[in-house]
Design a protein around this ligand. Structure first.
Ligand code: GAP
Length: 440
């Protein structure tokens, strides 16, 4: 049984080049993280898997990449200027600052075994704190020039509803998908990349007739929970959480979270919302531009309801790391490894010459060059074969291919499987097909 702790994940992520603290040489900056060579590959693989499922495999969802900076009226219409707030309390003794509704989730800085308010704390009354980052557009820093760093990607989709529909000749029901950065001045970020101030979202907004919103809501709940299975996240670690009446966001008619069991408890991974006609209705009101849909068959005119699926990219990556982490003992030696689904693995196959002589490096390099156009492969000739296997296990490489003495006589190679440690002989001419069948 592997016990996964955040310390193990953070340490592996740093050591093997997945995630580093941002601006580390200056002491870091709170709640900002940088993705290293393997992290950026893993993140791209998460995004690719999502984009494929949401757009490539469907006729009824189009893609979009809207600007981060938007007209300030967008955020008035969306309700973010008024409602995107969290209750903030300060402690007059330790000068700590906390979310009033999450005191039980953080330690007291002066006495970490207790929560804020339980020690010698003096907490202020809660006050509402808007989480949007502000900046100025143009050279003059005055209130008329304030704009916001978008706190969600969704609004870029709503304001482009008509553009996308007409240019792609879609009819309701249809959706728009987008992946992009979002920024939130979180009061209590934490748990590594779980809650940060700069992060990426993978959001899809599906426009439907109001009478069909419940049907589509169910459809998207099923689709989204099934997607986590396709990227290898264990089913028993996922569950739905339905938002109770008082929990619903200001725009939502109904909401379910897909939750994952993180080492720090069950937490939201993705939100699925029935947003009703709130978004297009508000943008129509604030922009004075018609955002209705006219159904040419029924001659009906209406503001579509929106079913939203909103997943965090960084949070999915964290989930993938935690879910894949395993420890076992092989031939008396401890090993930790990442049992990534092949679609997410940053390196799909490592190619090793057994020794640096007898022409083995040349064969291995030629093979690496041949496979490179199809898979993310990695060539390594340094150190013992055991150490090379271990290094690949730790970064989740599903297959290691070794060129050995037998290769020289019969053109076959050893393929070692990360999870089972089984070794199979495969002919060089069949290797590409062998890997394709297993990696996809
Ligand atoms: N458009 C709806 C929306 O933004 P949300 O529940 O606030 O809904 C959706 O965010 C998802 O974005 C969350 O489920 C989470 O995965 C991710 N997310 C939200 N805030 C985040 C943060 N501060 N850091 C990392 N991911 C975050």
């Amino acid at each position: 049984m592997t016990t996964v702790t955040m310390d193990k994940i953070v340490s592996l992520a740093k050591r093997r080049g997945f995630v580093y603290p941002s601006s580390e040489i200056y002491g870091g900056i709170n709640a900002c993280w940088d993705y290293g060579p393997l992290g950026v590959r893993l993140k791209n693989n998460v995004k690719r898997a999502w984009w494929r499922a949401m757009t490539q495999m469907r006729d009824d969802v189009e893609g979009l990449d809207a600007a981060i900076l938007m007209h300030p009226r967008v955020w008035e219409a969306s309700g973010h200027v008024e409602n995107f707030t969290d209750p903030l309390v300060d402690c007059k003794v330790c000068k700590g600052r906390f979310r009033a509704d999450q005191l039980d989730m953080v330690p007291c800085p002066d006495k970490p075994s207790k929560h804020p308010g339980e020690h010698h704390c003096e907490l202020t009354e809660p006050r509402q704190f808007n989480m949007m980052f502000k900046t100025f557009m143009g050279p003059v820093e005055e209130s008329a020039n304030v704009i916001y760093m978008r706190p969600e990607t969704a609004q870029g989709i709503y304001v482009n509803f008509h553009n996308v529909m007409t240019s792609s000749r879609q009819k309701v029901p249809f959706g728009i998908a987008q992946i992009g950065k979002a920024f939130r001045n979180e009061i209590t970020p934490g748990n590594f990349i779980f809650r940060t101030r700069e992060f990426e979202q993978m959001e899809m907004q599906f426009f439907v007739h109001p009478d069909e919103s419940e049907k589509w809501f169910e459809h998207w709940k099923e689709q989204r929970s099934a997607w986590y299975d396709t990227i290898g996240i264990r089913k028993e670690k996922l569950r739905f959480h339905q938002h109770a009446e008082g929990e619903l966001a200001h725009y939502a008619k109904a909401a379910f979270d897909i939750e994952y069991e993180f080492p720090f408890g069950w937490q939201e991974l993705e939100g699925i919302h029935n947003r009703g006609d709130f978004d297009l209705g508000r943008h129509q009101e604030y922009s004075k531009k018609k955002l209705e849909y006219f159904d040419e068959v029924t001659r009906e005119r209406y503001i579509p309801y929106i079913i939203e699926t909103s997943a965090g990219c960084d949070r999915t990556l964290l989930t993938a790391l935690i879910d894949a982490y395993r420890e076992d003992v092989q031939a008396g030696e401890e090993r930790d490894y990442l049992a990534f689904h092949p679609s997410l693995a940053p390196i799909k196959a490592a190619i090793f010459p057994l020794v640096k002589k007898e022409g083995m490096p040349e064969i291995a390099q030629k093979l690496t060059a041949e496979l490179r156009s199809r898979f993310e492969v990695f060539y390594d000739e340094k150190g013992s074969i055991g150490k090379r296997y271990r290094r690949m296990d730790e970064v989740g490489t599903p297959f290691c291919v070794t060129i050995d003495t037998e290769t020289l006589s019969n053109d076959s190679v050893t393929v070692r499987v990360r999870d089972t440690l089984e070794q199979e002989r495969v002919n060089l001419s069949e290797l590409r097909g062998f890997l394709e069948a297993r990696i996809g």
